[in-house]
Design a protein around this ligand. Structure first.
Ligand code: ASP
Length: 330
């Protein structure tokens, strides 16, 4: 190599971010992963339905990628992506949320900032159009982490966050799923995960190396009054810590709460010396039961991992090095 070329390549190499602990690892400028729920997603779905889900995932991923590429924070990117998915009736979050046993909707959401472990969560909302944005206001405008039910809705009014009638979340498809779930429950047939997938989430690492996670859900179809899942339980379904990883989970919430899935993965990385892949696979494949669900994660080096133990998980990943992909099955 001639001298000027050598100098040039040294100069370029010195500008590419690397992990101070392992200088040979090149870190993408930014990374993002999203999910639209895990469960029994039939491979017999008509092509047009698959194409619809894929288009929704791609639109959300493109939006998040564009934000991060233009220098947005990980926190803004995950909130905006989840808002978009909440507005999309295909997913079980915001409009399109599943029905409770009482035939209503109760929504949960959480957001976490890996810079300082600040977090905001909301549970049992019945009238807040975009639960993820209320969760963010809980984080920024109150000394608390988790607000629930009517109190959270009073706070929405104080914070100027939009409320809608509960029926605004109705969709014909979710009503039909609920009716099938009710018929199964009456007949004593075990609940099927098929009827519940569609929770949404996003995790990101921004240009400054900050991590954030956001998750939003209508919970499980036909859930009992007052049931709260893993999503707003920080460390179960949602977690972000700049030192380790940002995680958003989806699946049978009770299982993710029992195993403290997101926090355990972070702790295995921080105190157990595991990589993201090792830690996440341990929880998903050796602690959770087959069929429980999965998660998306981005670590402090921008590595993305999206393991699941259910037949499918709507998901997508993108980074500054040109990765851009969505998938539903293995
Ligand atoms: N984890 C959510 C809950 O239990 C549901 C899901 O992700 O499908 O509320």
């Amino acid at each position: 190599m001639r001298l000027p070329a050598l100098l040039l390549s040294l100069l370029i190499a010195s500008c590419v971010p690397t992990d101070p602990r392992s200088p040979e690892i090149k870190i993408p400028d930014w990374s993002i992963a999203i999910h639209g729920g895990a469960g029994v997603i039939s491979k017999d779905m008509p092509d047009s339905v698959v194409a619809g889900y894929t288009a929704s995932l791609e639109a959300a991923l493109r939006h998040g990628a564009a934000l991060l590429d233009s220098g947005a924070t990980a926190l803004d990117a995950v909130e905006q992506v989840v808002r978009l998915l909440e507005e999309d009736p295909r997913f079980n979050a915001g409009r399109g949320a599943v029905f409770t046993a009482d035939g209503t909707h109760e929504l949960d959401a959480a957001i976490m900032d890996g810079r300082d472990l600040s977090a905001g969560a909301v549970a049992g909302l019945t009238t807040v159009r975009n639960p993820i944005s209320l969760a963010r206001r809980v984080m920024t405008d109150t000394p608390h982490v988790l607000l629930m039910g009517t109190g959270a809705e009073r706070f929405a009014d104080e914070a100027g966050v939009e409320r809608v009638p509960n029926a605004w979340f109705d969709t014909a498809q979710r009503r039909a799923q609920w009716e099938r779930a009710q018929a199964r429950a009456t007949a004593g047939v075990p609940r099927e995960r098929e009827s519940t997938y569609g929770t949404v989430g996003a995790v990101a690492r921004d240009r400054d190396g900050n991590l954030a996670a956001a998750t939003s859900t209508g919970g499980m179809t036909n859930k009992k009054f007052g049931r709260v899942g893993d999503v707003p339980v920080i460390g179960a379904g949602t977690y972000a810590n700049n030192a380790t990883v940002a995680i958003s989970c989806t699946g049978t919430g009770e299982q993710f709460i029992r195993h403290g899935v997101a926090m355990q993965i972070s702790a295995l990385m921080e105190f157990g010396g595991r990589t993201l892949r090792q830690a996440a696979d341990l929880l998903v494949f050796e602690r959770l039961e087959p069929g429980d669900g999965g998660l998306i994660a981005v670590d402090h080096n921008g590595n993305i991992h999206m393991p699941f133990n259910s037949p499918g998980m709507f998901r997508g990943a993108a980074d500054a090095d040109g990765r851009f992909e969505t998938a539903i099955w293995e």
